[in-house]
Design a binder for this molecule. Structure first.
Ligand code: AMP
Length: 556
């Protein structure tokens, strides 16, 4: 009997139409290479160069590859196969990089949860992705992730393995032993090269910034993610001498693409001990880092620290990239002068589209815009509420499609009908201006989220918890301005007549449900009635203005 070829699974994803696939291949945006093979090529080119630095732990390219291959072999020995999902909840560190590359090598799909996630989010992600394993640290600060993971595994039918970095208990798998070098690197190499996944298959599942109750998952293929990494790496200017300080949580698109990009370029990744100014600037000095990417909430703290204390030698530092949230215009100018480096602004999304200013852009363009698309095949349109294009340089909602922008969320057909136009454009929910020179300026958003220092909180999710209280008749979660984080969550409530509501009541409901702490509302405002738009919806614009005014008055 003829053998049936094994096709990559696209189950739950929305493929690109055939004509676009042909175009992306013909134009070289999709190169037909699996993500790990790009790393293997880099490792072959400069095996003895240092690839990854995490404190005193240093790995050359050859050593990193040997650990990646060792981990891939041991994942296989655990029974994990291509297309199986591994739920990641790991802090930044060398183990994260090794395990991610091992998954890519094998075609096992990492599902990138956040370290702040708790039972509520992890159990949902485990179920949605049908994860076969979960990887966690034993503890971070006072929190026992190992116990959490054991609970998730007990409640999820599919999870067979709990993989733990640190103090391993209860028969769980030791991540550090899993990531030991391959016993026979050449044999591992031959075995794993033969297993290279199909470049069109799903490489990883990442979280959306989420307007819905719980975040949607985004399936990125090897081909499309490589296209994204190549485009960003070009704009970041990565070369073999680049030393990238990795500060942001690695499971986010923005640092993950930079880590892959710098490794493919033959450069070096340095894991920052923490995002604090002292640790990060200390690491730039100690490791002679040349480039990093952070969010405004982090750079605001670095700026204060640097202005007060100049003792770190930052002379190696060339490029500082900022994105994920809007930075106040005057700060952009201040940052370049205080750090003496080239500044780069970015605006992107886990769904795909990424814009970056270029390193040789005029200073005004760098300061006044959030960049232009990283790929010539990216399509951007700015439309009015009826979907009609607005004139150039006028505000409207950005819709987009392109070679690394998904056509639909994973296993979410109903939501996809709203989030994408019938011809496949992703509705970003961001209000932008597209300048005649092709640069994008982010002006606001139509989507109902709070951008807390780059982490997104869906208003709907917070409101749904508030509504579990009988004392809440109406609830509206809105962003309140914050000088460091940009925004924090504020909850407006109309109490049920004859009752009263405290912030603590809402927090109790959310904590009992095991919700990540960053989503908890940080202020409660009681009102008699909600302001309404002409069509009767709660007018959140009025509420946002109201809380901004209250904060200003309090500050005065
Ligand atoms: P995420 O998918 O979590 O990276 O979130 C993507 C969203 O973050 C975008 O749709 C924007 O709403 C927001 N965002 C990203 N970069 C910027 C920026 N430079 N300025 C303002 N908002 C941004």
């Amino acid at each position: 009997m003829p053998s049936i070829p094994v096709q990559p699974s696209h189950e739950g994803t929305v493929p690109w139409p055939a004509d676009l696939v042909a175009r992306y291949v013909a134009e070289g945006h999709w190169k037909g290479q699996a993500l790990a093979s790009r790393f293997v090529d880099a490792a072959d080119a400069t095996p003895n160069d240092e690839a990854l630095t995490d404190g005193d732990f240093r790995l050359t390219y050859a050593e990193l590859l040997s650990r990646v291959d060792g981990a891939a072999q041991r994942l296989r020995a655990l029974g994990l196969r291509p297309d199986d999902r591994l739920l990641f909840q790991l802090p930044n560190g060398w183990e994260f990089v090794v395990l991610t590359l091992a998954c890519f090598r094998l075609g096992v799909i990492p599902v990138m949860a956040l370290i702040q996630h708790r039972r509520h989010e992890l159990s949902y992600l485990a179920e949605l992705s049908e994860a076969r394993a979960i990887a966690v640290p034993d503890r971070v600060k006072d929190f026992d992730h190992q116990e959490l993971a054991a609970g998730i595994a007990a409640g999820a039918e599919t999870i067979e393995h709990v993989i733990v970095a640190g103090d391993v208990r209860d028969g769980h798998v030791d991540l550090r032993a899993l990531c030991a070098p391959a016993p026979d690197p050449q044999a591992a190499r031959t075995e794993l090269d033969a297993l290279a996944p199909d470049p069109r298959s799903v490489a990883l599942l990442i979280l959306s910034g989420g307007t819905t109750g719980l975040p949607k998952l985004i399936a990125r293929t090897h081909d499309d993610y490589a296209c994204y990494v190549d485009g960003s790496a070009d704009a970041f200017g990565f070369v073999a001498s680049s030393v990238y300080l990795a500060v942001l949580p690695f499971g986010h698109n923005y640092p993950l693409s930079a880590i892959l990009g710098v490794l493919w370029a033959g450069g070096r990744v340095v894991v920052s001990p923490s995002p604090s100014a002292r640790d990060s600037l200390g690491a730039i000095e100690a490791e002679r880092a040349t480039v990093t990417s952070v969010v405004p909430a982090i750079v605001v703290r670095w700026l204060e620290y640097r202005e007060a204390d100049q003792h770190h030698d930052l002379s190696s530092f060339e490029v500082l990239t900022l994105g994920a949230a809007r930075l106040q215009d005057q700060l952009v100018r201040q940052i370049s002068s205080v750090f003496g480096c080239t500044l780069q602004q970015g605006y992107g999304m886990a769904e795909g589209l990424t814009n970056l200013t270029r390193l040789d852009d005029p200073f005004d363009v760098t300061c006044d815009t959030q960049g232009r698309p990283i790929n010539p095949a990216d399509e951007l349109r700015v439309v009015d509420p009826d979907g009609n294009p607005v004139p150039p340089d006028e505000q409207g909602e950005l819709i987009t499609r392109g070679p690394y922008t998904i056509r639909g969320y994973y296993r979410a057909p109903e939501h996809n009908e709203r989030a994408f136009t019938p011809d496949g454009w992703y509705r970003t929910g961001d209000v932008v201006r597209l300048r005649p020179d092709g640069y994008v300026v982010v002006e606001g958003r139509t989507k109902d989220v709070i951008n807390r220092g780059g982490e997104k909180i869906a208003a709907e999710e917070v409101e749904s918890f508030a509504y579990q209280l009988d004392s809440v008749e109406m609830a509206a979660s809105v962003a309140m301005p914050d000088p460091v984080l940009g925004e924090r969550g504020c909850l407006y409530v109309v109490p049920t007549p004859g009752t009263s509501v405290e912030l603590r009541d809402v927090i109790d409901v959310m904590e009992t449900a095991g919700v990540a702490r960053f989503k908890l509302p940080e202020r409660l405002v009681i009102v008699d009635a909600m302001p309404r738009t002409p069509i009767g919806k709660i007018d959140k614009k009025v509420l946002r203005a109201d809380i901004a005014r209250r904060l200003e008055e309090e500050a005065a």
